[in-house]
Design a protein around this ligand. Structure first.
Ligand SMILES: Nc1ncnc2c1ncn2[C@@H]1O[C@H](COP(=O)(O)OP(=O)(O)OP(=O)(O)O)[C@@H](O)[C@H]1O
Ligand SMILES: [Mg+2]
Length: 237
């Protein structure tokens, strides 16, 4: 089996699981409508809604993966702090259960990135930080730069369950989800970090993480040089 057969068979399996569940609960409701009380009906509809959301997320991520091979990355000079703020705004609306903080260093230079792809990276990392930590915990996004470096550092820190070093490679591969209670409780296709790493590297950046019992920190390094030239911030960025 080649890589694309492999991909298709995994995708088919991932699509079939929520679809089978949606059909099963719809059939149960239709077949036993009069016997079911309102609470059960509500519970079944909730599952149908959750599984539909899971399918939508999966299809969006699969589309992102198939587009990854296209050369559609446009590197421009970007004020990284400005680009982060709308992402935090959006994700914090979605995860009202968590606190979001920023520690953005105002004195960092601009980076050479594709702003849409950078925001996709930040969405994946901040969503993960919230998904894999308990309610009430804090997610902190920080930026920094040291004078002798060629990269800006963006960190997403959580107070979550952590990632074992033995899984360091696995989490960045397609369709990989770790086996722990929070991963089982949350929905996901296991494609987010694969997309994140691929996009980061396509922009000549780097991604890594450290993790311990207090939580996990993902670090993305973004280059301040494009084709050998240091990028200049445009006034409007
Ligand atoms: N910040 C984190 N803390 C602990 N575990 C994490 C963290 N981020 C990712 N993981 C683990 O790595 C796995 C892969 O993450 P990834 O973002 O690729 O997929 P996902 O979140 O399961 O699904 P999606 O494709 O919707 O992002 C997760 O399922 C989770 O088990
Ligand atoms: Mg994810």
């Amino acid at each position: 089996m080649n890589n694309s057969d492999d991909f298709i068979s995994t995708v088919s399996h991932e699509l079939r699981t929520p679809l089978t569940s949606i059909r099963g609960f719809a059939q149960t409701m239709l077949g036993s409508w009069d016997k079911l009380d309102d609470d059960s009906k509500k519970k079944f509809l909730k599952i149908i809604e959750q599984q539909s959301n899971r399918l939508i997320n999966l299809v969006e991520n699969i589309l992102s993966v198939t587009k990854l091979s296209d050369e559609n990355i446009v590197l421009k000079s970007v004020d990284i702090n400005n680009a982060i703020l709308p992402v935090i705004q959006m994700v914090s609306q979605q995860y009202k259960t968590h606190k979001f903080e920023t520690e953005l260093n105002k004195n960092i230079p601009c980076a050479a990135v594709d702003i849409d792809k950078f925001q996709q990276i930040m969405t994946n990392l901040t969503e993960n930080a919230a998904k894999y930590s308990d309610e009430g915990k804090t997610v902190t996004v920080s930026t920094s730069f040291s004078d002798n470096s060629d990269y800006i550092s963006v960190k997403v820190k959580d107070q979550g369950i952590g990632i074992d070093q033995k899984d360091a490679k696995k989490i960045f591969t397609k369709f990989s989800r770790l086996d722990n209670p929070l991963t089982r409780k949350t929905q996901g296709s296991g494609l987010g970090l694969y997309i994140t790493k691929t996009l980061t590297e396509k922009m000549n950046g780097k991604i890594s993480f450290t993790s311990d019992k207090n939580g996990t920190v993902f670090e993305v390094l973004l280059p301040i040089y494009n084709a050998g030239e240091r990028v200049k911030c445009s006034v409007t960025s």
